[in-house]
Write a protein that binds this ligand. Structure first.
Ligand SMILES: [Zn+2]
Length: 201
C-alpha cells in the first residue's frame, strides 16, 4: 500500500524495493527515506550502480553465472579446474560453495530445479547446455549439487540420465545434507563435508 502523502516517484521506488526478499513496506520506506536524506549524490550513485548491472551483466556463456565481460570471473580464472563441473540450481548456491573456499573446479548454473508445481520442466533449465559442455570434451566429473529437497533430487536424477553413456563421472554430495535443504543455506562445514564425501550418483 503506497504511503499517503509521499510523492508517486518515492512510492514507486518503495514498491520496487518491496519485491526484494526479506524487505517489507517498513524496511523499504526506511531505505528510501534514508537515501533521500543523504542527498542527490547518494540516489545518483545507487541509480548508476543499478543501471550498470542492468546493462553490463549477462549470463556467462560457459557456466551461466553472472558475467560482465565475455566470461565470468570464475571461468576467466586460469587456476580453476575446468575438468570438474559443479552443477547448481542458482547463483546463491554457487556463492555458498565459493564461500567455503575449498572448491577449485568450475560450475554450471541450471537456472532452477524441475518442479511440477511451479511448472518448471527440464527444457526450461540449462541441462542441454550442460550435456553440450560435456560433449565438447575435457570434463571428467560432474558434481550434481542441486538441493536435497524433492525438486533437487528429481533434477539430479534427470541430469544423471541426460549424461548417461557419456565418459564422465557423475557424483552427488554425500548425505549429511539435511533432507529438504537448499545448498544456499547450508553452513560451510556441512557443505564441505558433503562435497568431500561425494558419491557416484
Ligand atoms: Zn562462467
Amino acid at each position: 500500500m503506497p504511503s499517503p502523502g509521499l510523492p508517486a516517484s518515492v512510492n514507486g521506488l518503495i514498491a520496487e524495493l518491496k519485491k526484494l526478499p526479506g524487505v517489507g513496506e517498513k524496511t523499504a520506506t526506511r531505505y528510501v527515506l534514508h537515501l533521500l536524506g543523504r542527498g542527490r549524490d547518494a540516489a545518483d550513485a545507487l541509480g548508476g550502480a543499478l543501471s550498470a548491472v542492468s546493462t553490463k551483466v549477462r549470463p556467462c556463456p560457459r557456466c551461466h553465472f553472472l558475467a560482465d565481460g565475455d566470461l565470468c570471473e570464475l571461468c576467466r580464472d586460469p587456476g580453476r579446474d575446468i575438468s570438474v563441473v559443479c552443477v547448481v540450481e542458482g547463483a546463491p548456491d554457487l556463492l555458498a560453495i565459493e564461500k567455503m573456499g575449498e572448491y577449485r573446479g568450475s560450475y554450471h548454473v541450471l537456472g532452477g530445479a524441475i518442479s511440477a508445481i511451479r511448472g518448471v520442466t527440464p527444457d526450461r533449465l540449462r541441462i542441454r547446455e550442460l550435456v553440450a559442455r560435456v560433449d565438447a570434451g575435457g570434463v571428467a566429473e560432474v558434481i550434481v549439487a542441486t538441493g536435497a529437497d524433492a525438486e533437487g533430487e528429481t533434477t539430479a536424477l534427470y541430469v544423471r540420465k541426460a549424461l548417461e553413456g557419456r565418459p564422465v563421472r557423475v557424483t552427488r554430495p554425500a548425505t549429511g545434507i539435511p533432507m529438504g535443504s537448499s545448498i544456499e543455506f547450508l553452513d560451510s562445514v556441512t557443505l564441505l563435508r558433503a562435497i568431500r564425501g561425494r558419491k557416484e550418483l
